[in-house]
Design a protein around this ligand. Sequence first.
Ligand code: AMP
Length: 114
Amino acid sequence: MADTIFGKIIRREIPADIVYEDDDVLAFRDLNPQAPVHVLFVPKRAIATLDEAGPGDAELLGKLLLATAAYAREQGLAKDGYRTVINCNEHGGQTVFHLHVHLLAGRRMHWPPG
Ligand code: AMP
């Protein structure tokens, strides 16, 4: 797949406010936060969209979600609650084609989304 801005962040070619890292996942603050806490969790092995994920990605996607939940718990966000979002393609609002989980917290979220 084509390289993206997130690939450059993973390779430390451009700066980011990194808040979590393990062997498979990197997390950094969103440049344009939509909530008091807005962190992006990205797999280091890039998958362009959720639509392109396959059975071979199951373990990585599981690690991505569990890393997001563990971070939220450790940051004390889980009791009040938070939202996770994976945008997919144009109608989903995806702009960076390196699959990522948005973690949004610190305020009450609205449903349904716009
Ligand atoms: P999406 O629209 O779901 O693809 O989300 C992409 C997100 O990446 C947006 O919320 C952007 O604000 C965020 N973003 C884009 N470039 C950067 C960057 N260099 N560092 C941090 N966040 C970024």
